[in-house]
Design a protein around this ligand. Structure first.
Ligand code: FES
Length: 137
């Protein structure tokens, strides 16, 4: 093989090996996409929101998990894991939010309990007026 041909093939191989590395790099650097400018209401008389009428009930609305933590007490947290952005799920039994991707666990205040998440879930304010919850940034 001539020098010119060797260099051409070597560069081609290098190019091929760099592409997957770039793809892998971009996948591993994804991050949380916590909703911003949150401002929505949930009518507790609507059947779709009925889970919030009992302690331990929760629902995911607009990328926010709203949890009924006690009689007329509510918490709202971003559903986006702070590790790589997977959607977390609320576990009523443990009162933790669990990420299905790498096992990150958050308390119902949003604090990291265990796993790879680097920071707490974004928390939103929840106010109740009559049968309507208002969730805001
Ligand atoms: S994306 Fe949630 S623990 Fe990795």
């Amino acid at each position: 093989m001539e020098r010119k041909e060797f260099l051409k093939k070597s560069l081609a191989l290098c190019g091929l090996s760099l592409i997957p590395a770039a793809v892998i790099e971009s996948c591993s650097k994804s991050s949380s996409t916590a909703p911003t400018n949150v401002n929505f209401t949930l009518d507790l008389t609507v059947a779709a929101n009925n889970a919030l009428n009992s302690v331990g009930g929760s629902l995911n609305a607009n990328g926010v998990i709203v949890i009924c933590t006690g009689p007329s007490a509510y918490t709202a947290l971003s559903a986006s894991c702070t590790h790589e952005g997977c959607t977390v799920n609320y576990d009523k039994a443990s009162t933790h939010l669990i990420c299905p991707c790498h096992g990150g666990v958050f308390s119902n205040t949003g604090a990291v309990v265990s796993g790879p998440p680097p920071s707490a879930l974004t928390k939103y304010t929840v106010t109740k007026s009559g049968n309507v919850l208002t969730v805001k940034s």
